[in-house]
Ligand binder design. Sequence first.
Ligand code: CMP
Length: 134
Amino acid sequence: MQQTYFMIKPEIVAAGDQKIGAILAIVNTAGFRVTGLHMRQLDRALVEDFYGEHRERPFYGDLCDYITGGPVVAIRLERENAVAALRELIGATNPSEAATGTIRDLFGVSLQNNAVHASANTDDAARELGLIFG
Ligand code: CMP
């Protein structure tokens, strides 16, 4: 069994419970088990650390503003091969390039507002789960 970090981003949370429920149903149907979940507004210092690998990228400031702009749903998921399986289920970073039926294809609206985040690899999963769930 492997754990990964999954996050439903502020624009989806702001849109109401139906989208949160629909996204959770997709991950549940794909065989993931929710082992931790909370809704919370992340503070700036935490988000700057969380997305630290992007610090030099031009979109970093906007990304931190966006993620701290409203509550997110933070989720710990468990499944065999969870990290890779969840990345496949969410689709490409840019929703316009995400495979049909993936979460970002269904719910993403732009490269930044791409609905959800999932850890990129097992090291990131451990780091991100530690930051968010302690
Ligand atoms: P996420 O998978 O959470 O990882 C970094 C986030 O930065 C990404 O999703 C997008 O929300 C945002 N982002 C904005 N612009 C870019 C870009 N040009 N490349 C990658 N990510 C971007």
